[in-house]
Design a protein around this ligand. Sequence first.
Ligand SMILES: Cc1cc2nc3c(=O)[nH]c(=O)nc-3n(C[C@H](O)[C@H](O)[C@H](O)COP(=O)(O)OP(=O)(O)OC[C@H]3O[C@@H](n4cnc5c(N)ncnc54)[C@H](O)[C@@H]3O)c2cc1C
Length: 245
Amino acid sequence: MTADTARETTLSVRLVHWTGTLFPAYAAARLCYSKGGFDSIQPLESEQAMGVWLRDRVLSRGHWSILEHLTFQFAIGGISRACSHQLVRHRIASYAQQSQRYVDKAGFRYIVPPHLAACPEALALFRQTMTELSARYEELQHLLRAANPGATGESVNEDARFVLPNACETELVMTVNGRQLMTMTRERLCIRAQWEIRALFERIRALAQAEVPVVFDNLGPDCAWGKCDEGGCELAATYRRRPGW
Ligand SMILES: Cc1cc2nc3c(=O)[nH]c(=O)nc-3n(C[C@H](O)[C@H](O)[C@H](O)COP(=O)(O)OP(=O)(O)OC[C@H]3O[C@@H](n4cnc5c(N)ncnc54)[C@H](O)[C@@H]3O)c2cc1C
């Protein structure tokens, strides 16, 4: 039996879909003040104009529920199971994650923590461990198949995976509304958050800001909003809130 070799991989994040226009949020906000009802509400002349209106008239007053009318879907790969476990703790988002039962993880890909990568001895030990775990995983698959001739792929994988490390790569799709995107970003860009989930939310933040600039200009950790429960650090200056909010 020739073992597949475990390989290193890196973070990838794509915004695969979003509502595409601010109109659902704009219309929802307008409805609150509209005598003529929903059908009387027309979009403003541009996305920029609707964004400015939302920012200045709604979000700056803390009415964030309006952002729940916008949805974003991210395809996320190259994150560890350690990171995905933290991510899915956020309950107000929808996830679909690659199964370690249905997907054979022989020759799995893994994430290397930067501090570990910077220490040659630690990196060598880490890589060797990944290679060994990958080999053990395949050996277990082989033994389980031999012991249970009728075993399906998933019944073998679901037990062999117990030797897979936290570093093992996973892929998932996350669909989240605009308000929860702000909540998650505020928590996960905090310097107290783990480096990998921070890196993930840096990417998410950049993608959201590129797509919906006015509304998401202020995405940042809690301290950028003047509220810090975690103790002082220098991060607030990096994410200083932009004018308008
Ligand atoms: C720096 C950091 C360190 C952490 N360390 C640990 C740790 O050591 N151990 C650990 O177990 N977790 C840890 N966590 C995870 C943390 O405790 C939360 O589970 C996670 O961040 C999800 O966020 P959330 O609870 O704000 O809610 P989300 O699930 O993101 O929901 C968003 C908001 O909706 C509301 N909400 C959601 N569900 C409910 C509900 N059932 N009832 C009432 N309101 C609700 C709340 O206002 C909540 O803030 C850590 C998180 C961070 C950012």
